[in-house]
Design a protein around this ligand. Structure first.
Ligand code: ADP
Ligand code: MG
Length: 253
């Protein structure tokens, strides 16, 4: 397996606008992801998950440290190139979908390809099988406000995948979904990963994390533990994750 993502020695310090105080959101983050992996990063609210994902998404820059996709060093990507870089290499799924209400479902999904001036026949050729795989073929002419939360999330996933990104990034993708719809989304992510999609998801949910192949735990801006699924099924992996969290909490207390 070849290395897809390298995160090395990454720190992120925010300065509070009001008090001027420094917030050490990420103190020291080190990990790598190989092509084809499905990795979940778990941590409580405020542990730095979104900060980390935004750095990997090139939406923000680390205070120090290295982030690399294959051999592309993010520190070398110029401000004006960042949007193109994101569009060409990364896909994002956010908790709150971020769909444009004045665009049809189809136009929402195709937007990244329109921005990169992809010829129309190629757009259609990608859209048709992707929409079928996500079960949204019947929804393409509708508008986001006509859809349920689960349907909106699947549209957001289609938009993230239409560019065939090397890495799919998801920030609490089940955060706004009920448990049945969450479960469908998690099964969909598993299927995407079975078909070769590399996925990095951050979540505070151990159920969501139990669908990944590997789980990193972050706390106080550091990765302090990791688990591999091995041959466990989701339920067994969930139990291991829960036991690990209890053990780590007890150790602390
Ligand atoms: P999580 O996603 O795990 O809930 P975040 O990455 O959003 O955590 O936040 C980590 C820490 O950094 C928190 O203490 C948060 O208040 C702080 N933080 C996040 N974004 C900013 C910002 N733009 N300015 C100042 N502090 C921030
Ligand atoms: Mg967050």
């Amino acid at each position: 397996m070849s290395r897809l993502l390298t995160v090395k020695n990454v720190k992120k310090v925010y300065q509070s606008r009001f008090s001027g105080q420094l917030v050490h959101a990420l103190r020291q983050i080190d990990f790598t992801i190989d092509e084809g992996e499905y990795v979940a990063i778990m941590g409580e609210s405020g542990s730095g998950k979104s900060t980390l994902l935004n750095l990997i998404a090139t939406l923000d820059k680390p205070t120090s440290g290295l982030i690399q996709l294959r051999d592309m060093d993010f520190n070398r990507i110029l401000e004006k190139e960042a949007a193109n870089f994101r569009r060409d290499h990364l896909g994002f799924v956010f908790q709150d979908f971020n769909l444009l209400d004045t665009f049809s479902v189809k136009d929402n999904i195709l937007l990244p390809l329109v921005l990169s001036r992809t010829p129309y026949p190629k757009m259609e050729a990608r859209l048709t099988p992707l929409a079928a795989a996500l079960g949204i073929s019947e929804l393409l002419e509708k508008y986001p406000y006509e859809l349920s939360g689960g349907q909106q999330q699947r549209v957001a996933i289609a938009r993230a995948l239409i560019t065939q990104p090397e890495l799919l990034l998801a920030d609490e993708p089940t955060g706004a979904l009920d448990s049945k719809t969450s479960n469908q989304l998690l099964q969909l992510f598993e299927r995407l990963n079975d078909n070769g999609q590399t996925i990095l998801m951050v979540t505070h949910s151990s159920i969501a994390a139990s669908h990944a192949q590997r789980v990193l735990f972050i706390k106080d801006g550091q990765v302090f533990h990791q688990l591999y699924r091995g041959k466990k099924n989701n339920q067994q992996f969930l139990e291991t994750i829960a036991e690990t969290m209890t053990a780590l909490l007890t150790k602390e207390g």
